[in-house]
Design a protein around this ligand. Structure first.
Ligand SMILES: [Zn+2]
Length: 120
């Protein structure tokens, strides 16, 4: 990462006490200085990525599972012609299973994530 040099405000030149213009000693005339990301910041970033990725995957899986569920549901309704009661029960069970599974998975990820944090 590069930031503007504070000693010369990005010009690369400084004026000494007698008025002479000189190359900035901080950035050697470049006007910018390289700031290395600390190991801490890199680790923090990697950790954030790692904890977010399974959530994204879980959301994709939920969406795909719901689409498959609706597809199978509609197809089987054509075949078996569910009664209204059966229709409602299947809808409610299907949604609670998929959403419940999603919530359990997310909880499991956060528990596993906090476990990792403790071990570091
Ligand atoms: Zn400078």
């Amino acid at each position: 990462m590069e930031t503007t040099c504070e000693a010369c405000s990005g010009t690369g030149k400084v004026r000494d006490s007698s008025g002479h213009i000189d190359i900035c000693p901080s950035c050697l005339g470049l006007g910018t200085i390289k700031v290395e990301e600390t190991e801490e910041q890199k680790r923090e970033f990697a950790k954030r990525l790692k904890t977010r990725k399974p959530l994204v995957t879980a959301t994709y899986i939920l969406v795909i599972a719901m689409l498959l569920y609706y597809l199978i549901f509609i197809l089987s309704d054509f075949t078996y012609h569910f009664s209204l009661t059966a229709f409602i029960i299947i809808l409610i069970v299907g949604h609670s299973v998929s959403v419940g599974g999603y919530i359990l998975y997310v909880l499991w990820i956060s528990f596993r994530g906090s476990g990792n944090n403790l071990s570091i």
